[in-house]
Design a protein around this ligand. Structure first.
Ligand code: OSB
Ligand code: MG
Length: 371
């Protein structure tokens, strides 16, 4: 398969409300949308990078430069025989995992459309529907947080995750648990604590939480292994796992009992699948994380979450939880049983609203094959 042309767009799509973590605020999706052309077919991908390097080291500008100068030229001069080829082609590139994934996703979508197979089918997924969870940012006060939790539970979300930080951790969990004794509940610290906070974090053991996500440094595995030994609740790693090798290390060191898989964080779906399989062999459950993606990225996440070891609900919410209007014509909606339906049409299943995409495009380039 020859790739004839790749179009890259920087977009900005505001969120309904800004999303606040322990360390930063996201006002909108500032990702890069990839459209890839081969013969008469096309494929779509999304690299959900932030404007600033708060989640990982990448930014919209860094991903743009790496895609334009390195990744796209590599793809254009290669005859792509499979989606594995893209992973191999990009393997000499250090870091820049979200940029790599954005292009890899577009190739998967194209591959599925050409071979008339859904992304879920290509990945070996078995679930037709995936349990939907919601990730709630840090709110002005706990009363407001409780109102928001109540709203999402009424909508039918099956699992609540809240962002925490010092001063907004135990109190927030306690307040939620005083009303909802047994809803599936988990917390995400986005690396705000250190091992010195272990005694404090132990207080979370009393609230039957599903897990605590990424309590310590974004690039640490070893200290998480020390922390896990001190806590009853499972530690779940997000930021620290950027490759299957990291996942193997974390599992061997017992640094976590659960893994959050984001295909974008690990460079794409080939790496995500490897982590899924590794975790499965070690009885480590996984769940699908999110990066507040548009419908393009969320379709990839839903397909990934259809794999068998995704046994915990993901940060997979309906599009209206993020945006007033999304760039897909077939946005995800929440089913009455608290699930999202995994697309079963060829590729990732998205129909892109190209007119609206044009409206939110900040910059666009087209790179073509001049072979
Ligand atoms: O740490 O999981 C995270 C959003 C942006 C960056 C990091 C994270 C998140 C989320 C939101 O928690 C998940 C979602 O609903 O997409
Ligand atoms: Mg996280």
């Amino acid at each position: 398969m020859t790739i004839d042309k790749i179009e890259l767009r920087k977009i900005f799509l505001p969120y309904i409300k800004p999303f606040k973590t322990s360390g930063w605020v996201e006002k909108g999706n500032s990702g890069i949308i990839v459209k890839i052309y081969s013969g008469g077919e096309i494929g779509w991908g999304e690299a959900p990078v932030g404007l600033e390097p708060w989640y990982n080291e990448e930014t919209t500008e860094s991903a743009w430069a790496v895609m334009r100068d390195v990744l796209v030229p590599l793809v254009l001069k290669t005859d792509v025989g499979s989606t594995e080829d893209i992973d191999k082609l990009f393997s000499p590139v250090r870091g820049n995992k979200i940029a790599r994934a954005g292009i890899e996703f577009a190739v998967w979508d194209l591959w599925g459309r050409i071979h008339n197979k859904s992304l879920s089918e290509l990945l070996g997924g078995s679930r037709k529907k995936v349990a939907a969870g919601v990730s709630i940012g840090i709110q002005k006060n706990i009363d407001l947080l409780l109102k928001i939790v109540e709203g999402y539970l009424k909508e039918g979300y099956r699992r609540i995750k809240i962002k925490i930080k010092p001063g907004r951790d135990i109190e927030a969990v306690k307040a939620i648990r005083s009303i909802w004794k047994d809803i599936p509940l988990q917390v995400d610290a986005n690396s705000i604590y250190s091992l010195k906070d272990a005694e404090h974090l132990k207080k979370l053991d009393d609230y039957s939480l599903l897990l605590i996500e990424q309590p310590l440094a974004h690039d640490d595995i070893y200290e998480h292994s020390k922390l896990q030994k001190l806590l009853r609740i499972p530690v779940c790693l997000d930021e620290s796992i950027v490759s299957p090798e990291h996942a193997r290390t974390a599992i061997e060191l017992e640094a976590c009992r659960i893994i959050n898989i984001k295909a974008c964080r690990v460079g794409g779906l080939i790496a995500a699948k490897k982590i899924h399989h590794l975790a499965q062999e070690s009885d480590i459950p996984v769940w699908c994380g999110g990066m507040l993606e548009t419908g393009i990225g969320r379709a990839v996440n839903a397909a990934l979450a259809s794999l068998p070891n995704f046994t915990l609900p993901g940060d997979l919410s309906a599009n209206d939880r993020y945006f007033h209007r999304d760039i897909v014509l077939n946005p995800f909606t929440l089913n009455s049983d608290g699930t999202l339906t995994v697309p079963n049409t060829p590729g990732s299943g998205v129909q892109v609203d190209e007119k609206f995409l044009d409206e939110i495009t900040i910059q666009k380039i087209e790179l073509s094959n001049k072979k």
